[in-house]
Design a protein around this ligand. Structure first.
Ligand SMILES: [Zn+2]
Length: 472
C-alpha cells in the first residue's frame, strides 16, 4: 500500500530546466480536475472564498485552476483545534460532516468550489501573521478567529482525512516574522520530518484504501546543510509518498535533492510583485500563491502590465504596474480601465463608474477590480509560459524589468478591514478602522471626529448642535 499517494498527481515537464537560471514549463494533472499548465498561480482564499468573487464569477471570468485554503482560517468550520478550546467538547466541525458522496470532498462542497478546480489545504493563511508562541514537538502555533492556538499534527491529519482536499501540504515547522537560531533550525528539520511521516501513515491507512489526497512535502527556508537529514529522508524513505514540494522561499530550490527535481514546486512565500514572480520562475518554481492580486484590488488599484512587455524604446521613465482608481482624474473618464483589456469589467464598465463605486464604498467597485486584476495576472502567466516555451524568457524578463517600475502606493481607503487575520499597527499606531459606533452610544467628542474628518471643520459647532446638553 505504501507509496500510492503519489499516483494521484502527474507532472510532465514539456520544457525542463536546461540551466540553473532558466524557468520550466509543465503540466500538472490531478484526476477529475482540469490540467494546469505551469507556471501558474494558485488563488488564495479567505474563509474558503477568493475575496470579492462569487463562485460563478470565478468560474466564468478567471483562469483560476487551483485554490488554497488554510486550516487556520475559518477554523471553527473545518479544524478540530478550535473545538477543543471551546466548551463544546462533543461538537464536530460542521465541514467534517457536510453531506458529500464518497468520491467528493466535504470541504469542496462546504465552500461550493467548482468541481474542476484543484483544492489545496495547508496549515496557515497566506501571508501568515507571526505568532508569539513557538511551536512544540507536536504542534505549530496559529492564529484563529478565537485567538492564538496550537495546531497538533494529529488534528491536522484528521482534518485532511475528513475534508479530503486534492492536495495537502505537509506541516512545516517554519517561523514567520523572525529568523531562527542554529538550534531551532535543527529542530525545524526534525519536527517537519516527524510530522510528515505521521501524516503519510495516517493518509495511507484510510479505511477503504482509496487515496484521495496527494501530499506536498515542505522544503524549509533554511540553509541546505541545516536540513540535510530531513532532505535525505525525503529522498530515500518518503519519495514514493510525496507528489510535490512546497517552498516558503523560492531561493530554497537549491536545497531540493536531485531525485526530487521532477516534482512540481509550489511557492507560498515571496511573490509579492510581478518582478518577484519572474525571479521565482527563473529559479524553476511551477506554482505560486500571489497575494498582490487581492492587495491591489483592496487598495483600489487596477493592475496594468503585460508579459512580454510591449517594447517601447522611447520610454522616458519606467511605467507603473497599476493605476490608482481612487484618483479624481477619472471622474468623467468613460474609457475602460485599460484600452485593450478583454476582461468583464473593461468590456462592460468605465473608469468613472469604478472611481465612483470606490468613493461611495460600494462593494461592486472591488468586485470589478478583482475581476480585472485576475485577468491581468492570467495574461501575465500565459505570456510567461509562451515566452519560456519559445526560449525567449531571458530577454523578455530583462525587457519587463526595464519597462515597469513598482506597484503604485496605496492612496484611497480599502474595504473595511475586519478580522483576526489582520495585523494591528501596534501600540499607539493607527486603528485598523476609525471608530464608527461607540460614539453613538455615549455621544462624546469621538462622534465629531468621525463625521468631520478634516481638522478645518468646525467640530465644536457640530457637537453643540447634536448634543447641546453636553457641551458647555
Ligand atoms: Zn480589464
Amino acid at each position: 500500500m505504501a507509496g500510492h499517494l503519489s499516483k494521484l498527481v502527474s507532472f510532465q515537464l514539456s520544457r525542463p530546466q536546461s540551466d540553473k537560471d532558466e524557468p520550466r514549463v509543465g503540466r500538472l494533472t490531478f484526476k477529475g480536475r482540469s490540467p494546469i499548465d505551469t507556471p501558474h498561480y494558485v488563488a488564495v482564499s479567505s474563509r474558503g472564498a477568493v475575496p470579492h468573487l462569487s463562485q460563478d464569477m470565478m468560474r466564468d471570468n478567471t483562469s483560476i485552476r487551483a485554490l488554497y485554503t488554510a486550516v487556520e482560517d475559518s477554523s471553527s468550520y473545518w479544524s478540530p483545534q478550535v473545538i477543543e478550546k471551546s466548551s463544546h467538547q462533543s461538537q464536530v466541525p460542521p465541514a467534517f460532516n457536510f453531506p458529500a458522496s464518497p468520491d467528493e470532498s466535504p470541504l469542496r462542497k462546504f465552500i461550493a468550489l467548482q468541481k474542476d478546480v484543484l483544492l489545496i489545504l495547508g496549515t496557515r493563511r497566506i501571508p501568515p501573521l507571526p505568532c508569539a508562541a513557538s511551536s512544540t514537538s507536536s504542534a505549530i502555533s496559529i492564529i484563529t478567529s478565537l485567538g492564538f492556538g496550537m495546531l497538533e499534527y494529529t488534528d491536522y491529519a484528521e482534518a485532511i482525512q475528513k475534508l479530503r482536499p486534492d492536495i495537502a501540504l505537509g506541516m512545516g515547522d517554519v517561523l514567520f516574522g523572525h529568523k531562527p537560531g542554529v538550534k531551532r533550525k535543527e529542530a525545524m528539520g526534525d519536527r517537519t520530518l516527524a510530522w510528515l511521516k505521521e501524516l503519510i501513515s495516517a493518509m495511507e491507512n484510510e479505511e477503504d484504501g482509496t487515496p484521495r489526497t496527494a501530499l506536498f512535502a515542505p522544503i524549509l527556508p533554511i540553509e541546505t546543510e541545516q536540513q540535510t537529514y530531513y532532505l535525505h529522508a525525503l529522498q530515500d524513505e518518503l519519495k514514493d509518498s510525496v507528489s510535490g514540494l512546497v517552498l516558503y522561499d523560492s531561493a530554497s530550490v537549491d536545497a531540493i535533492p536531485e531525485s526530487l527535481r521532477g516534482l512540481p514546486r509550489l511557492s507560498l512565500g515571496d511573490a509579492t510583485s510581478p518582478h518577484k514572480l519572474l525571479d521565482a520562475m527563473a529559479l524553476g518554481i511551477d506554482a505560486f500563491t500571489v497575494p498582490f492580486i487581492t492587495d491591489a484590488t483592496d487598495a483600489g488599484i487596477a493592475l496594468d502590465f503585460s508579459f512580454p512587455a510591449h517594447s517601447d524604446t522611447n520610454l522616458e521613465k519606467r511605467l507603473s504596474l497599476g493605476i490608482d482608481m481612487w484618483s479624481s482624474t477619472f471622474v468623467n473618464d468613460v474609457s475602460p480601465l485599460l484600452t485593450d483589456c478583454e476582461c468583464y469589467t473593461c468590456k462592460n464598465h468605465h473608469r468613472a463608474f469604478v472611481q465612483h463605486l470606490l468613493n461611495a464604498k460600494e462593494m461592486l467597485g472591488w468586485v470589478l477590480l478583482q475581476l480585472h486584476n485576475h485577468h491581468i495576472v492570467d495574461g501575465f502567466f500565459a505570456g510567461a509560459r509562451n515566452s519560456i516555451h519559445n526560449g525567449s524568457f531571458k530577454g523578455d524578463r530583462a525587457m519587463f524589468k526595464k519597462t515597469y517600475a513598482a506597484l503604485p502606493a496605496k492612496t484611497g481607503q480599502g474595504p473595511r478591514v475586519r478580522g483576526y487575520q489582520f495585523r494591528s499597527e501596534g501600540k499607539g499606531g493607527p486603528r485598523k478602522n476609525p471608530i464608527a459606533y461607540r460614539p453613538l452610544d455615549d455621544g462624546n467628542k469621538e462622534l465629531a471626529k468621525v463625521i468631520l474628518p478634516s481638522p478645518d471643520d468646525d467640530a465644536e459647532n457640530l457637537e453643540q448642535q447634536r448634543f447641546p446638553e453636553k457641551v458647555k
